[in-house]
Design a protein around this ligand. Sequence first.
Ligand code: G3P
Ligand code: CA
Length: 242
Amino acid sequence: MRTEIWAHRGFSAVYPENTVMSFQQAIALGVDGIELDVHLTKDGALVVIHDETVDRTTDGTGPVGRMTLAEVKRLHVLGPQGQQVPGARVPTLEEVLDVVASAPLRVSVNIELKSGVVLYPDLEIRTWQCVQQFGLQCRTVFSSFNHYSLLALKRQCNDANIGLLYMEGLVDPWLYARYLHAGALHPYHLAVNEHIVAGAHRDHLRVHVFTVNDPAEIRKLAAWGVDAVITDRPDAALQALS
Ligand code: G3P
Ligand code: CA
């Protein structure tokens, strides 16, 4: 199987991360998937942004969970060098899924549930319902570092395909994944090796590795047979695997 290339927060090395333009540019390059992060606003809107606060990626300040959607929508998302980029706004999950729904069928979406530092009520079921609204269940993998959040999602929506995000080395992670009824492992790139890829595949699990930008490392992971690399540099990754 070919190693897929998933754009981490879109084509985030060049465009403002987690914006519609960043996702559209990645899809235009020919990626197989996009990765995004989801939080809930004070008034219950699902918004696509990485951090718990808007401070790093926008021209505003404050926690996402204490702002209304209207307040978040007034902000400008900054480029990777902190520069102003006309038209870059924090999108709702709906706005991004609309882009995915009209993209070629090969394009999948990896939604990272950002529940952990802040616990958002019903984040899991609301995200699932949004995906359902677009009929994208089969093209979506839900990931999180908070495995309780994945468990909650799986209990409420058995059809949800979940991927276990983790940073450090786990022993035989496919056993743990089976216990949680996950479909994939999402290890940090320094926490994966050939043995883990083979073990996961033996148990019919996919392996999606983050965040890997070095072309030589991407080629090594592809040689091990990982199913997808999640990268800020989809341009370089496509070239590395061409
Ligand atoms: O999905 C992989 C990766 O996005 C997890 O880390 O911090 O970039 O959201 P982070
Ligand atoms: Ca993420």
